[in-house]
Design a protein around this ligand. Structure first.
Ligand code: GLU
Length: 300
């Protein structure tokens, strides 16, 4: 008899700065939903960008979570230790003829779309990749590779979508599982995936041999994650994740994209906006209880 999967949640921060209230919200919701499901919470350190991530930020993440009273099942998975897993997935996608080398730089892309105000942009606001896979001949690519020019590996999105067919994911409201369980009856609903909106996404670069999309999908599967609970700013990315899961034959978790906390100007909290870190709040005398309340504000 196959035993049902243990409900497995994960909190997956990047150690490129200190955590703020928005992270606390995600972590607390994950912990509450895992507890209510009788499951487990894992910690994943998303440190593929070695130039920006620092061990001291990883230590600060652990310290902040412990202070908030959030326990995770060890060991934490550090993505930088698993580049081989992502490479294996890339090879598999390559075997399906879905990956190609693009030598065009960001500057080339910006130049190509500069005079085209109507050129479509992806859900994060970046211009869709404006060059075609076949625009550069095989010989030219081989020459540039031999010359050591940097390139990105991109997904041939049109081909990938044609191969995978129409996709959706199951989305469960953030209220389910939180608090006293008053909203636990919220039924998951199907959301149609629209990966074409992202164009030919980057799967790996020369300096970072994987990408957020690829590593998140591989790790969720390898860690047996059944429930992904993360901010609504990542909702659109789930279209790419469902596509990669399908192409790589990986299971689809249940998703909850929770509402984001905003600063007084209505902007989402982020490290770059200098939102107050949990450490700073703590140093200024806030209690864990107060921070928990602030972080979960407006969760229904
Ligand atoms: N590492 C991502 C972030 O810090 C979260 C990834 C995810 O939860 O899928 O925004």
């Amino acid at each position: 008899m196959i035993s049902p999967a243990r409900p497995t949640f994960r909190f997956a921060p990047s150690p490129n700065g200190l955590l703020h209230l928005g992270h606390a919200r995600s972590a607390l919701l994950n912990a509450a939903m895992a507890a209510q499901a009788g499951g487990v919470l894992l910690l994943r350190v998303e440190d593929i960008d070695l130039a920006r991530c620092r061990p001291e930020y990883e230590a600060a993440i652990c310290e902040d979570l412990a202070w908030l009273g959030i326990a995770w099942e060890p060991p934490a998975r550090r993505q930088s230790e698993h580049f081989d897993d992502y490479r294996t997935a890339l090879v598999r996608l390559g075997e399906l003829d879905l990956v190609y080398e693009s030598f065009e730089s960001r500057a080339d892309i910006n130049r190509a779309v500069r005079d085209r105000p109507d050129w479509p942009r992806d859900p994060d606001g970046a211009p869709l990749f404006p060059f075609r896979r076949m625009a550069m001949g095989v010989d030219e690519r081989a020459r540039r590779r031999a010359a050591g020019e940097p390139f990105a590996l991109r997904l041939d999105m049109a081909r990938a979508v044609a191969l995978a067919g129409p996709l959706d994911w199951q989305e469960q409201g953030e209220g389910a599982g939180h608090g006293a369980g008053h909203a636990a009856s919220i039924e998951p609903r199907a959301v149609a995936a629209d990966p074409l909106a992202w164009g030919d996404v980057v799967l790996a670069r020369k300096d970072v041999p994987t990408s957020y999309h690829l590593s998140v999908v591989v790790d969720d599967a390898l860690q047996g994650v059944t429930h992904v609970v993360r901010g609504a700013d990542l909702t659109a990315a789930t279209s790419v994740h469902r596509l990669l899961q399908t192409l790589l034959d990986l299971p689809a978790p249940l998703y909850t994209h929770h509402s984001l906390l905003v600063d007084p100007q209505g902007r989402k909290l982020s490290k770059s906006l200098g939102s107050e870190s949990l450490r700073r709040l703590r140093e200024n005398g806030a209690t864990a209880q107060e921070v928990r309340r602030l972080a979960l504000d407006a969760v229904d």
